[in-house]
Design a protein around this ligand. Structure first.
Ligand SMILES: Cc1cc2nc3c(=O)[nH]c(=O)nc-3n(C[C@H](O)[C@H](O)[C@H](O)COP(=O)(O)OP(=O)(O)OC[C@H]3O[C@@H](n4cnc5c(N)ncnc54)[C@H](O)[C@@H]3O)c2cc1C
Length: 309
């Protein structure tokens, strides 16, 4: 089938505006978050509803036209590059289908942006834990396809640990349900195989994610180390000292000369545990870093953080 015929067929499903065929229109879809790698899609199609997405995949299967799904295009692995095949953009499917605070679950369409979900559940005291640094832009569909993970993984695990179930459409147009909202599903762990498969097994149509209670307190600390080795050793010691129950973020936030700055955000369900974790972390930092032993050298906001414990 020629590009023109395929394009018209897809436009019949999603509308002309949502099928791109010209070089200039496709330029922005030639790469993902790593612009050094560029591949031109054959054409791009952007369904706006679940039914449109299903109809598009079935039309592509019928036309024997290979395709690559894409979310926000922030990936760094080339997973969303469509090399002369159809690019299927899923970012318009951004409906939050349901939120169940009592059972701490939410079901969302794949185009929902990670941070948008978190903003929605925050007033309920809940958190969607996976936190890639691209959380302000990346989609839940892209997160599951990449098994994305940010610094929260130190405490909460990776995306795989926060997905109950996925409804997916396979390349031949069949729709499957992987995993289960409650308990575990029988048979092979197909949910586990799908998560991290970079869109190669199918296209997620909806995702039921696990929500986690938000930490009741958060403290931020800044420590200044003379060598990267020392920073890494103390960071590991802090994580070990709280057993994953207290420190949720340990992020390198900058480097100057031989110094490496480490910011540690400690959060627990109980304030006293949080304070104890902070004191342990402070002690570990102080034992390794001469610049930390003098509290007068700390910025005021750090001093007030520690004193408030
Ligand atoms: C500044 C920056 C910071 C980043 N930080 C992190 C980080 O801390 N941790 C981390 O893990 N990653 C990080 N990334 C990489 C990237 O943001 C994540 O992998 C993210 O999950 C990709 O989501 P996306 O919506 O942009 O997906 P895309 O880039 O559009 O696609 C990624 C993969 O998902 C597939 N896909 C997309 N939607 C679907 C769907 N509905 N069904 C099936 N497959 C689908 C695509 O085919 C592709 O293989 C970062 C990227 C940038 C640019």
């Amino acid at each position: 089938m020629s590009d023109g015929v395929l394009g018209r067929r897809l436009a019949g499903i999603v509308g002309e505006r949502f099928v791109l065929e010209r070089d200039t229109e496709l330029l922005v879809y030639n790469s993902d978050g790593l612009p050094g790698y560029r591949r031109r899609p054959r054409l791009a199609v952007f369904p706006g509803t679940r039914d449109e997405a299903i109809a598009v995949v079935r039309a592509l299967a019928d036309a024997k036209a290979p395709f690559v799904p894409r979310g926000a295009g922030t990936g760094l692995s080339g997973g969303a590059l469509a090399d002369n095949v159809v690019l299927l953009g899923m970012h318009r499917l951004k409906r939050v289908i349901s939120i169940d605070p009592e059972n701490r679950r939410a079901t969302v369409e794949p185009g929902v942006v990670n941070l948008a979900l978190n903003r929605l559940v925050a007033p309920l005291g809940l958190l969607y834990a996976p936190d890639p640094s691209s959380e302000a832009a990346c989609t839940i569909g892209g997160n599951i396809a990449e098994n994305a993970v940010g610094p929260h993984c130190l405490k909460y695990g990776v995306t795989l640990n926060h997905v109950h179930a996925i409804t997916a459409i396979l390349p031949d147009g069949d729709i499957v349900r992987l995993g289960a909202e409650v308990g575990e599903s029988d048979g092979y762990d197909l949910l586990g195989a799908f998560i991290g498969s970079e869109g190669c097994f199918g296209v997620a149509l909806d995702v039921t994610v696990r929500l986690t209670p938000r930490p009741q307190s958060v403290r931020t600390m800044l420590a200044d180390f003379l060598t990267v080795d020392e920073a890494a050793r103390v960071t590991s010691a802090i994580v070990a000292s709280v057993g994953g129950g207290g420190v949720s973020r340990t992020t390198a936030v900058g480097a100057a000369g031989e110094s490496t700055y480490r910011r540690t955000r400690s959060s627990t369900s109980r304030t006293d545990r949080s304070c104890a974790a902070i004191r342990r972390a402070s002690a570990l930092c102080a034992s390794a870093s001469p610049r930390l032993s003098s509290a007068r050298a700390w910025p005021a906001w750090i001093r007030s953080s520690v004193r408030s414990c």
